[in-house]
Design a protein around this ligand. Structure first.
Ligand code: 5AD
Ligand code: SF4
Length: 482
């Protein structure tokens, strides 16, 4: 028994050590104040933050904007007038990297006209050593480069660039930490991202994320609940808890808390809001999660459950640790708890060695589950991952043809599911403007399906009963029932 107790203590110790000490955060805040003072001396300084990739990056950009604001920067959308340009990059597919490098190339002209402009590259792409080296050598207009693990040190790094006028690189390999108490500037509106955890330990063989975002680490539940409470108090109505694999939440904490328990805690916050989460990994999602979803009135009826491939052989090569049968059984179980559940998924087509027979297994999963929507990707080779070393005999054309078949079939299914909404009445959260000229707003169903509807902008933030009057493959059309 004593031995077990000791182990718990040790784990608690590890949990504490991943959080950046308060005095370190205070030091960053002091630096922000110093830079703000410097900036206050002259004309107004402006910054531009451009985000590539996933919601986690969006959440990181909110912190970057928060720090920039505290350093006295205003914001602009125009590159030519920005004193600081931050590109928060993504590495998940090659396409995203090419877009970033294209953007950096284009900034050469902007910087020529404004030589004291500071160009910052951060995020997952630059955390790869080969990429950091490429930027060091070939993209000399970039002044500051830092990876996701160094985000909390942005003030300190920027100060070095400003005062020493040297290029600064902070891309050392790190397991990662948690920095609480940093400011954030969130997009105005009703929807907010809330990070529950960072990093990933799964090492799916195609994926770069575990190499660039470090080990899984969970924020303390009380910090998450407090942040959610503050979001609700400031008018956000749709909160999404984020993590690469939210179902691992809490495993690294000494508190007795897991993801279903966290859902229940956030659900308990008073106020009118809805709660979503992403992403779930099929190997870790289970009955406790579905029970919590069914029992928590604020948790929406949406499960994003990536399956990646329907072929057991490919799933094994992907290191996903479940089979097609496991996946189908899991969706069935989820639907038993939440009968009108909206299920969405991620799929990779053209993984190395995928045969026509493997692909047909993927198509079969689509037929059986009938997803409401899919995020589909053609496999992109990521240097440094195990899949990059695997034989990949199929041509781009073969992969593209499979991809097109998959999309065509899914579009038909999504269209059929959407047609089933027509004539029904749903409760939806009005969340933005669809088209100002024609007076169209956007709203979301509980399952997260998009509705276009007529209404005045004062309705944004309202939960309204909506009659669905029409649809297409991607969206529903409706009218607010007065
Ligand atoms: N190639 C294509 N798609 C990928 N994804 C992750 N890595 C790759 C890759 N190398 C997809 C997966 C994941 C989603 C966020 O991105 O489907 O679930
Ligand atoms: Fe990548 Fe797999 Fe982790 Fe998702 S679970 S981030 S696909 S390694």
């Amino acid at each position: 028994m004593r031995c077990v107790h000791k182990f718990t203590e040790l784990e608690a110790d590890v949990g504490v050590r991943t959080e950046i000490p308060e005095n370190e955060i205070r030091r960053q805040r002091d630096i922000m104040a110093r830079i703000a003072e410097m900036n206050a001396a002259g004309r107004e300084r402006l910054a531009l933050v451009d985000t590539f990739g996933c919601q986690q990056n969006e959440a990181d950009s909110e912190r970057i904007r928060g720090m920039l604001r505290e350093m006295g920067y205003g914001f602009t959308e125009r590159e030519a007038e920005a004193d600081v340009i931050v590109l928060n990059t993504c590495a998940v597919r090659e396409h995203a990297e090419k877009r970033v490098l294209g953007n950096v190339g284009a900034l050469t002209h902007t910087k020529r006209a404004k030589p004291d402009q500071i160009i910052v590259l951060c995020g997952c792409m630059v955390q790869q050593p080969v990429m950091a080296e490429k930027i060091r050598r070939s993209y000399r207009i970039v002044d500051l480069v830092f990876g996701p693990q160094a985000l909390w040190r942005f003030p300190e790094l920027l100060e070095r660039v400003l005062t020493e006028r040297t290029r600064v690189f902070a891309v050392e390999e790190e397991d990662g930490s948690i920095a609480e108490g940093l400011p954030a500037v969130r997009q105005k509106g009703v929807k907010a991202w809330l990070s529950a955890m960072y990093g990933c330990n799964n090492y799916c063989s195609y994926c770069i994320v575990p190499y660039v975002r470090g080990r899984e680490r969970s924020r303390r539940p009380e910090v998450i609940v407090e942040e959610a409470r503050a979001l609700v108090a400031s008018g956000y109505r749709d909160i999404t808890l984020l993590g690469q694999n939210v179902n691992s939440y809490g495993k690294d904490l000494s508190e007795d808390v897991d993801f279903p328990r966290l859902l229940r805690m956030v659900n308990g916050i008073p106020g009118e809001f809805v709660l979503r989460f992403m992403t779930s990994h099929p190997k870790d999602a289970g009955e406790e999660l579905f029970r919590a979803m069914a029992e928590c009135e604020k948790v929406e009826n949406h499960l994003h459950l990536p399956f990646q491939s329907g072929s057991d052989a490919i799933l094994k090569k992907m290191n996903r640790r479940y089979t097609k049968a496991d996946y189908l059984a899991l969706v069935e179980l989820a639907r038993r708890y939440i009968p009108d559940l909206v299920v969405t998924s991620d799929i990779i087509v053209g993984f190395p060695g995928e045969t026509e027979a493997d692909f047909l297994e993927t198509m079969d999963v689509i037929e059986r589950v009938r997803f409401d929507a899919l995020f589909t990707f053609i496999y992109s080779k990521r240097p440094g991952t195990p899949a990059a070393e695997m034989d990949d005999p199929d041509s781009r054309e073969v992969k593209q043809a499979r991809f097109d078949r998959l999309i065509a079939r899914q579009n038909a299914i999504s269209g059929e599911i959407h047609a089933g909404y027509v004539g029904k009445r749903v409760r939806a959260l009005v969340d933005g403007v669809s088209d100002r000229e024609s007076g169209l707003l956007t709203a979301r169903t509980s399952g997260g399906r998009l509705i276009h509807l007529k209404g005045g902008e004062q309705r944004i933030g309202e939960f309204a009963p909506v009659e669905i009057t029409g649809c297409n493959t991607w969206a529903l059309y409706g009218e607010i029932c007065e």
